[in-house]
Design a protein around this ligand. Structure first.
Ligand code: FES
Ligand code: FES
Length: 134
């Protein structure tokens, strides 16, 4: 059983299923604080480790989500949970990231509705508001 299957079975329905092949980013969660694609991780390998889904970071997700909405970067939002989990991990790992660093970090998060410019603007404004990027 994959971590994605396990988490959804436990009711963490924010963990979406897009490709099940490690290519879309929709199933991103944090494993010991790092972003992982939960469809590529065996649940048994997570025994004793810390797994966080969007359900566990609702306050931070809402703060960033407001910037996404302001930029019109969310349409039906199926990609949003995985995307937001990756943005929150990036925020922890990269200090004052450049535009290219942001794009490289988030390259695995596919969105088929909105394009990526609105998402990029939302991230830049969010980081600037937190004093992490001007
Ligand atoms: S469902 Fe895991 S990367 Fe697409
Ligand atoms: S808003 Fe639909 S896939 Fe991103």
């Amino acid at each position: 059983m994959t971590l994605q299957q396990y988490l959804r079975q436990k009711g963490c329905v924010s963990v979406k299923c897009g490709c099940e092949t490690g290519n879309c980013g929709l199933c991103t969660v944090h494993l010991d604080g790092k972003s992982v694609l939960s469809c590529t991780v065996l649940a048994a390998r997570c025994d004793g480790r810390t797994v966080v889904t969007l359900e566990g970071v609702q306050e931070q997700a809402a703060a960033f989500g407001a910037f996404l909405a302001d930029e019109g970067a969310e349409q039906y939002g199926f990609c949003s949970p995985g995307f937001i989990m990756d943005v929150l991990a990036m925020e922890r790992e990269l200090h004052e990231p450049t535009e290219d660093e942001i794009k490289a970090y988030l390259a695995g998060n596919l969105c088929r509705c909105s394009g990526y410019q609105g998402q990029l603007r939302a991230i830049q404004k969010y980081l600037a508001a937190k004093g992490e990027r001007v």
